[in-house]
Write a protein that binds this ligand. Structure first.
Ligand code: FMN
Length: 195
């Protein structure tokens, strides 16, 4: 039997996005954001929801660009730090000691040690209450070569992305392979006359 928890923002899993942006002085900033995900295939787009009081909010509006850096589980500490401290108060990237570099196609920084990075151009904003949803067109995807499988595709097991669980505010790793998408359901489809 199910129990009602009321209206809460919970889905599983949520990603850990480290959103990279530059301020007006060119200082690199990173913030942890779990309220996000893919939102269109064409143009390839990703959405991330950011509160107006965040330093990142002003940066992205000003530069019209951001990066989505996807950390591995071994980067949980620094990812959490980027969610605890605001770039409004200090140069938090410099203080963290992690290395950043300029993205190739957009005016935003990316983390050198993150295995997967999306370079995004801001194409829309939607005010949704306390959060504003920033929609970024994905201009390029950068991935460490060792995270590609033999077919040249990103391998989630090699990226080993850090995940967030909103209910208990905890970080997790991905679990086991379950089955091939657009394939494991074919038996049921065929049984009901669908090819
Ligand atoms: C796990 C985690 C997830 C978070 N998700 C979001 C989010 O989706 N949107 C948001 O506005 N803040 C989120 N935060 C809070 C910001 O990361 C935090 O306020 C940060 O200091 C903002 O940095 P900035 O002011 O330098 O932009 C999250 C924090 C953590 C630890």
């Amino acid at each position: 039997m199910k129990k009602s928890l009321g209206a809460k923002p919970i889905v599983y899993p949520t990603p850990v996005f480290l959103v990279g942006s530059y301020d007006e002085n060119g200082v690199a900033n990173m913030m942890n954001a779990a309220w996000g995900g893919l939102c269109s295939s064409n143009p390839p787009s990703v959405a991330v929801s950011i509160r107006q009081e965040r330093h990142s909010y002003d940066n992205i509006i000003q530069k019209q660009a951001f990066t989505i850096n996807i950390p591995s589980t071994n980067q949980a500490k620094v990812a959490d730090y980027f969610g605890l401290v605001s770039g409004k108060k200090c140069d938090k990237v410099k203080l963290s000691g992690v290395a950043v570099e300029r993205a190739e196609f957009v005016d935003a920084p990316m983390l050198k040690d993150c295995p997967l990075v999306l370079e995004c151009r801001l194409i829309a904003t939607h005010d949704l209450g306390v959060h504003t949803q920033f929609v970024g067109e994905i201009i390029d995807v950068k991935i460490e070569e060792e995270c590609l499988d033999s077919a040249g595709q990103p391998d989630i097991r090699l990226v080993d992305p850090l995940l967030f669980a909103p209910g208990n505010r905890a970080y997790f790793a991905i679990g086991d392979f379950v089955g091939q998408a657009f394939a494991v359901g074919k038996d049921i489809a065929a049984h009901n006359g669908f090819e």
